[in-house]
Ligand binder design. Structure first.
Ligand code: B12
Ligand code: NAG
Ligand code: NAG
Ligand code: NAG
Ligand code: NAG
Length: 434
């Protein structure tokens, strides 16, 4: 018999059933995935202007390819940063506003990603601090005159997820609040549903489903909410295949991976959309890149729970950060309009080089025209957030923000550092409640 026949048979099977779609990464993408990995690794080099970002560390750890030396150096820097804020003996831990729920949760997840022993002072303090934060979030939700979390439900979910991944017991009232918020469709962003928040909450609930030590009434509630979130997320798929938008899709697919929905044809379409966008250079934001890398290795944040630190290939080289190529280019014109509810606080047509980011343009506008623009930003894990324009900013506790639109009324899907306006675009900045 022809010794090759099993291969022919397999090939036939592949042709016959190849159309059965699965949420797997089609072969032939490994080069694109490795470059994404290398790109993230570059951001950990101390000389970059990039802020320390525990999310980048999580992404790198959930890859199959590593630069172990580079990763452990980054962990040390992360460690030094959050230890300086938690240096009291554990008995004295009390609620302090900074760092907030989400950052604490990410730091805790980073410790798990590094397989660190949690029976240390820092480990225990972090857990206690995060629990205090979730209690505080809950108090504000319960307070009738406030009725929303201190931060938001995305960070609340991240907090639950982090404790769960560490097998720490969570107050069931904390879990119930999140269940309740989901049932009341409280997971919103920019006035629409927030797929990012649904996915993060979904990951937290999926983790709790595997946990032990909770009252028997919780299990059916968790089954129910996970199925509901799965339906909601699948329903949010666009004609291009993204869940919500392309930037919420990495977390959405993480959730689908974690709930073993990979036989869902819609999941395969989602992965295809992510790969397409990756090929086209659509992922420039390091936070989003860090949420995407695990997906391309078939993993989710739930895999942190059983992560083995001696596995994986130490196979990546780190290049040095390459400066963005920027040659001379023809000028384009972009109009900036800053408005409050009644009038225009600033309106100016500006000549700027093609390829300039919105941040570059705002910076240039500080010096151009007879009425200079004034603005302030705040560094976040997603990049610079625009917090103030023409002196107008949210007061402490006031839930307003500067929304950015492209005229007539398309909300931008990128922040000021990532968005590159095109010729003759009108960009509107509007101070509104969120
Ligand atoms: C909650 C939230 C908001 C809230 C934040 C206020 C609050 N305290 O809750 C509000 C409504 C203000 C907001 C605004 C915007 N957001 Co938003 N937001 C989120 C969300 C759901 C969670 C953020 C979070 O808490 N992270 C966890 C903590 C631990 O990290 P952090 O860095 O400390 O969090 C801060 C930043 O994320 C910052 N922030 C929130 N959104 C954005 C967007 C950008 C571009 C930047 C630089 C910062 C930033 O607010 C957080 C709280 O202070 C994320 C989803 C995600 N996947 O991250 C989207 C997300 C980050 N937002 C997004 C966008 C597009 C915006 C806007 C640009 C929309 C617009 N057209 O105006 C604006 C920002 C405009 C500006 N002034 O610069 C995108 C960014 C996509 C990308 N390409 O990077 C995301 C990923 C959602 C999505 N899938 O589309 N957002
Ligand atoms: C530590 O606390 C200071 C002030 O309270 C704050 O500015 C800083 O961002 C905190 N560091 C971290 C890593 O959260
Ligand atoms: C609820 O919030 C308001 C406004 O911040 C505060 O004055 C009040 O004391 C809070 N009520 C409770 C019960 O905590
Ligand atoms: C909007 O700005 C104008 C001009 O600065 C000011 O007169 C007006 O009071 C502002 N309106 C609101 C609602 O803040
Ligand atoms: C934008 O405005 C148009 C016309 O006024 C309207 O039909 C459309 O629904 C608006 N879109 C958004 C996203 O608000």
């Amino acid at each position: 018999m022809d010794p090759r026949w099993p291969w022919v048979f397999l090939l036939l099977l592949h042709i016959l059933f190849g159309s059965v779609q699965q949420c797997e990464i089609p072969r032939g993408n490994s080069q694109a995935i490795r470059s994404l990995n290398a790109e993230l690794l570059k951001l950990t080099v101390a000389e970059t202007s990039e802020e320390l970002n525990p999310s980048i560390y999580l992404g790198l750890r959930l890859s199959d390819d590593h630069s172990l030396a580079r990763e452990s150096q980054y962990l040390q820097r992360l460690h030094a940063a959050f230890q300086s804020n938690a240096s009291r003996p554990p008995s004295e831990v009390h609620y302090q506003e900074h760092p907030g729920t989400g950052r604490l949760a990410l730091n805790l997840l980073a410790l798990r990603a590094a397989c660190q022993n949690m029976n240390t002072i820092t480990g225990k303090q972090l857990v206690t601090q995060l629990k205090l934060h979730l209690e505080e979030e809950m108090k504000q939700i319960d307070n009738k005159s406030i009725a929303h979390p201190v931060t938001n439900y995305y960070q609340y979910s991240l907090g639950v997820l982090a404790l769960c991944v560490h097998s720490k017991k969570i107050n069931e009232r904390v879990i119930d609040k999140l269940l309740h918020a989901e049932a009341q469709s409280k997971f919103r962003h920019i006035r629409g549903l927030s797929v990012d928040t649904e996915a993060m909450a979904g990951l937290a609930f999926a983790c709790l489903k595997r946990a032990t030590g909770y009252t028997p009434e919780l299990a059916p509630k968790l089954d129910h909410v996970v199925n509901r979130l799965k339906k909601k997320i699948l329903r949010a798929q666009t004609s291009e295949g993204a869940f919500g938008n392309i930037y919420s899709s990495p977390l959405a697919v993480q959730f689908l991976i974690a709930t073993r929905s990979s036989r869902e044809p819609k999941c395969a379409n989602g992965v295809a959309a992510l790969l397409r966008s990756l090929e086209q250079g659509g992922f420039k934001n390091s936070l989003i890149m860090s949420q995407l890398l695990p997906v391309l290795h078939g993993k989710s944040y739930l895999d942190l729970a059983g992560l083995q630190c001696n596995a994986g290939r130490d196979s990546l080289e780190v290049g040095t950060p390459s400066p963005k190529p920027r040659g001379p280019s023809q000028p384009i014109s972009v109009r900036l309009i800053v408005e409050n509810s009644t009038s225009h606080l600033y309106k100016q047509l500006l000549q700027v080089p093609l390829g300039a980011s919105l941040l570059d343009i705002l910076t240039a506008a500080r010096k151009l025209g007879h009425k200079p623009l004034s603005f302030e930003t705040e560094e976040t894990l997603s990049g610079p957030l625009l917090t103030s324009m023409m002196g107008l900013k949210a007061q402490k506790g006031e839930r307003k923000y500067w929304k950015i639109l492209r005229a007539p009324n398309t909300s931008l899907r990128e922040g000021i550092a990532d968005y590159i306006p095109r010729n003759r675009e009108n960009i509107i900045f509007r101070f509104i409640p969120w």
